[in-house]
Design a protein around this ligand. Structure first.
Ligand SMILES: Cc1cc2nc3c(=O)[nH]c(=O)nc-3n(C[C@H](O)[C@H](O)[C@H](O)COP(=O)(O)OP(=O)(O)OC[C@H]3O[C@@H](n4cnc5c(N)ncnc54)[C@H](O)[C@@H]3O)c2cc1C
Length: 482
């Protein structure tokens, strides 16, 4: 059966040769590094839940490519139901991990590439689609996590790739060989790059003909020669190096972000899916983003569920939960969470069958979904901070609680209800800190705004997708303008 459990996933990663740096140090065994472990636990959850009969229907599906049972994360959508289940699965995993479980990008890039490679072959007579399908069959058979490397470091953002003072500010082709190509550049904010076996590299935006060398898409193992992973910092990452669990808030799970450097990386032709076909370069990020923007309606709703649970429980521990304004604030958090979830579900329900034969999300709703995800969690955060109290930013440490000299004061003065252990209250406060401020993970607020592109990118997509002519005609008809 082409499904791995969490242990098999981790054992497989151990055999890879990722070149990883954390705070300037080369890490020989990232799988067992305390800063990395929680992020791998989150991906492992996507594997383990696939074996749980309760969640099997959400986490697995029959492949259209192999006819076998595969992870939904590697699936090309065959129905509306697939796109609805995708959001439900994302919410479930957000609830189970309380953080970014990283793997959703595989599904979103696979579905974008399926369509774009088919469109290119039809228009240009290329053979990218079959290549891509061969790659995807392997991904499904081996249950791989495929990351997505789109965001170039971009240097001077007012200039196009070919206008940059340093040509490596956008990843580009530096050499063409008989067996393949050599690329150079770097991609920033790379989710789970060390936790994935492959990444699909694609342009970050549309390209013009002067940017031909930058119009390239391919798959590469994440431990290929020349790939370097530089671990991103989080406000509390070194807490993971301390002997503590309470202060982490979410001791078991975290996300993972890196700066991914491509220092002259060789890619065989078999893994190249777009090569200097400038007119299609923008189509990959455009479709990927629409699908990925839907995913956020699921995962961020799941993490918000954990946040709401923590805030509600803490209000109870503080004897506050019956206060009308506290109840009102928590209900508002529920409303905001369900609003983003509705957007994710609707984006799937309104999806369509594509000419490539797969199904695809409603792009307009996907962008609206992500715009809401970029805004509503900030309101949720405000409400959570309000209900939690100032202690959210000032809580003392686990070591203080366990100190033989001062532990008794922490136990006594940090208490809420007499029957609730102080430790439980502390755990909740650190969990809320973790979610809002990214204490041992990238914060859900930064990710909500920038993951799958910043709000301006969604608005620019909407400008292309909204049928304003139709709306103007409606107004004309109603108002009697001929
Ligand atoms: C948690 C997280 C996970 C991520 N995961 C991935 C991943 O797995 N793979 C991946 O490829 N990317 C990933 N990203 C990257 C994400 O897509 C980018 O952060 C996002 O597209 C914004 O790009 P940037 O961070 O370079 O910000 P910038 O481009 O620096 O944007 C900053 C601001 O400048 C504006 N701006 C930028 N350029 C212009 C311009 N030319 N004209 C006008 N305004 C401009 C933006 O709208 C924004 O308001 C992730 C990001 C986060 C935070």
């Amino acid at each position: 059966m082409p499904l791995m459990n969490g242990k098999q996933y981790r054992d497989g990663l151990r055999k890879m040769k990722h070149k990883v740096y954390i705070m300037g140090e080369r890490i020989s065994n990232p799988v067992d590094h305390p800063i990395v472990i929680p992020s791998q636990n989150a991906v492992a959850m996507t594997h383990d839940l696939a074996f749980d009969p309760k969640y099997e229907d959400l986490l697995t599906v029959t492949s259209s490519l192999t006819g076998k049972k595969v992870s939904r994360f590697t699936h090309v959508f065959q129905s509306i139901d697939d796109m609805v289940k995708k959001v439900k699965m994302a919410r479930l995993l957000g609830q189970k991990t309380g953080t970014c479980f990283q793997r959703c990008a595989t599904m979103d890039v696979a579905n974008a590439m399926f369509i774009v490679t088919s469109e290119m072959d039809k228009k240009l007579g290329t053979h990218y689609h079959d290549r891509f399908l061969r790659f995807m069959r392997e991904v499904q058979e081996k249950d791989y996590y495929v990351g997505v490397a789109m965001t170039d470091v971009k240097g001077d953002r007012s200039r196009r790739p070919h206008e940059q003072a340093d040509p490596d500010m956008y990843l580009h082709v530096v050499e063409e060989k008989k067996e393949g190509i050599v690329v150079r550049g770097a991609k920033s904010n790379q989710t789970g790059s060390i936790n994935s076996q492959y990444t699909i590299v694609a342009p970050t935006a549309a390209m013009k003909k002067e940017d031909r060398d930058y119009a390239v898409a391919f798959a590469t193992p994440t431990d290929a020669e020349g790939i370097i992973h530089i671990y991103g910092r989080n406000p509390g990452d070194t807490r993971k190096l301390e002997d503590c669990s309470i202060d982490l808030g979410n001791p078991r799970f975290s996300g993972q972000e890196t700066l991914l450097v491509f220092d002259n990386v060789f890619v065989p032709w078999e893994r190249v899916f777009l090569y200097k076909e400038v007119e299609f370069a923008g189509r990959i990020p455009f479709l990927f983003a629409a699908g990925h923007r839907q995913s956020y309606g699921g995962c961020k709703a799941g993490v918000s569920d954990v946040l709401i649970g923590a805030v509600k429980l803490l209000a109870e521990y503080n004897g506050l939960d019956e206060m009308p304004h506290i109840r009102d604030k928590i209900i508002d958090m529920v409303r905001l969470t369900e609003t983003i979830y509705c957007c994710g579900i609707a984006t799937g329900v309104e999806g369509v069958k594509t000419e490539a034969g797969s199904y695809f999300v409603d792009q307009l709703l996907g962008n609206v979904c992500k715009l809401n995800v970029g805004a509503l969690p900030f309101e949720m955060a405000r409400l959570a901070v309000d209900v939690t109290g100032g202690i959210l930013g000032t809580m003392v440490s686990e070591k203080d609680l366990k100190s033989p000299e001062i532990g008794k004061y922490v136990e006594k003065y940090m208490k809420g209800l007499p029957e609730v252990p102080t430790e439980h209250k502390m755990r909740l406060i650190f969990l809320i800190q973790n979610i809002l401020f990214g204490i041992n993970s990238v914060g859900y607020m930064v990710e909500s705004v920038h993951g799958a592109g910043p709000p301006a990118a969604q608005k620019s997509s909407l400008n292309r997708l909204v049928d304003f002519e139709e709306k103007k005609n409606l107004a004309k008809e109603i108002s009697g303008i001929p």
